[in-house]
Design a protein around this ligand. Sequence first.
Ligand code: ATP
Ligand code: MG
Length: 343
Amino acid sequence: MSPSPQPQPDVPAGLTHLHSGKVRDLYAWGADRLVMVASDRISAFDVVLATPIPDKGRVLTQLSLWWFDQLTDIVPHHVVGTDLPAGCPADWAGRALVVQRLDMFAVECVARGYLTGSGLADYQRTGTVCGVELPAGLVDGSRLPEPIFTPATKADLGEHDENVSYAAVQQSVGAEIAAELRRLTLAVYERAQGIARERGILLADTKLELGADGDGTIVLGDEVLTPDSSRFWPAEDWSPGRPQPSYDKQYVRDWLTSPASGWDRHGDAPPPPLPGDVVEATRERYVRAYERLTGRRFGEPPPRPPARAPSGANQGTEPEPTHPDGTTRRGPGGVATDHPAAP
Ligand code: ATP
Ligand code: MG
């Protein structure tokens, strides 16, 4: 089967298409499972670009799997395995996960250890981020005195996520769950930044999505600690006071806003297709992030999950739980947006 650049295949028997975000396609598989397929689509400035980045979906999926495994003692995750139902396109291999269907909390759980993006913008305006007071004199890329929880609302498609106060999260999900979301987000950040640091990478910030399973247990969902949900900076190049070079789509954003693209970000026209060298350089950044973090080589066939019972977990992940139904969010959330840590 030949891979198509923008996989929008017929829905395989047994699956129901639920949602296509900017990057991922989501299918229900029975009442309690989902198949989450990461495409090679890339978005910038909240727009999906016409040009896919080859292998991006696989890189992000494999990286998420690796991170989930590094975090199991902190928080359970939603991955059931990688054995797909019969009839799925061959092209899904390596990019699709079978996950436990959760009732997602309508909050983007962001942790920041460094100041940049929307956090920097808020700080420059108010001296705080999401209501957290910060010392004076911080600049773009400054390391914060300690990591902070800076939640955001999940915006509707095409809108920007909006930073909110901790009090707003308490209001939305209740004080007890808010405290748990904050604790887990900071614990995941702490673990991940330590692992990344050992590999010469600074984890500036990251966005998590958590949900509740049928028992009410809080479970880590979505993708985790990928360059689409996090800012990774090469430690050797870190220099506060300017934008930092990074392992994410900053390269694409820079090209789109350069004279070379001829694109007016504030106009009505869609962004132009990406030139081959920009595609290649972007792909390389994603692959480099994967290889540097995991210590594995990308490009060999996708890792084979160990053979297990048909419905069982693989990849050393969670056993299959049961869950009544529903991806409906708690609270007034909608569809999420793009770079979550960059609102
Ligand atoms: P965007 O294109 O802006 O990112 P999006 O976040 O809705 O929109 P994707 O990230 O492509 O789209 O799709 C993933 C969707 O699946 C998200 O809405 C996310 O909250 C949801 N999700 C992730 N894991 C689970 C899960 N285990 N159970 C239910 N929903 C989940
Ligand atoms: Mg998303």
